[in-house]
Design a protein around this ligand. Sequence first.
Ligand code: AHZ
Length: 313
Amino acid sequence: SDASSDVDSARKVGGDGATWAGLKEEKTESWTVDWDGSFKFAPIKEHIVSRAMSSRYGKDQYETAISDIVIVGAGSAGLSAAYAIAKERPDLKVTIIEAAVAPGGGAWVGGQLQSAMVVRKPGHFFLDELNVPYEDEGDYVVVKHAGIFTASCLAAVLKFPNVKLYNATAVEDLISRPDPLSKVPDARRIAGVVVNYTLVTLAHGLQSCMDPQTITAPVVMSFAGHDGPFGAFSVKRLVSTGLVESLGDMRTLDMRQAEDFIVNNTREVVPGLVTGGMELAELDGSSRMGASFAAMMVSGIKAAKIAIKMYDS
Ligand code: AHZ
């Protein structure tokens, strides 16, 4: 039998004939929940699970092949940017590409080897926005566990209907086109990204041809972090393709100046590409700040404002 009739028959089971919607609205009382060893879930077949996932994934891939804004990297800066855009502009289709299996980047559970997260004021306004609790220490606040920030921001982002996140998926190239707005001959603008499953991207040296997918978008935002296995991806590609002459390379740690610099220099680095977070330190040759996260959030939010303005113009 096909998937829909299987789902229909699953709906008929369940105590008083509750539907899935009913389960949500009427709570579990309408379902028989037995804790004495005869607990039974509604029926399922393997292909229903596969089709439930693959039909949605395929539809998402089809729809996001043309996006309004692509975000590279779901670390603290990328997720903050995604939140700010998705909230302000529900009409824009925002697609996030994250190379790792787990989103969150260095901030997931505490990039600093300890779990608490320090956020300098006034960056705590974003914690208030996300309802993340903290201890107020005067000039800075402390979130008990960095995972509370990442989980709250990620959950909020994923609940926006205009956002799709592809994890375990790497941006392996940028798309560029002649820039119709520029007076400089041969000027190009970034117009999207080339993506592949991260495991495929990592295996390109083993196979002769593994075709990627493309996602076109008038605005690409990159928050790929500082150099690392995938880090600083977009700015490194700008150099290798001649759109930027050279990288400044991230400098040694100076917490006092690093955070202001990142926020103040978050910008459209070449036409069509906005960069923020620690990737910017690799481009501009600015200091790192270590385990202090306010600039990542505020850089993401500033980048979101820039991207919205670009999109509108
Ligand atoms: O997996 C990367 C990470 O989750 C992802 N990423 C990188 N290249 C990618 C690619 N395709 C898809 N080609 C890619 N995803 O980008 C994310 C970057 O997150 P991050 O936490 O490394 O960067 P951030 O700028 O959001 O936050 C930086 C946090 C740091 S580092 C630092 C220091 O070294 O002093 N201090 C802070 C606060």
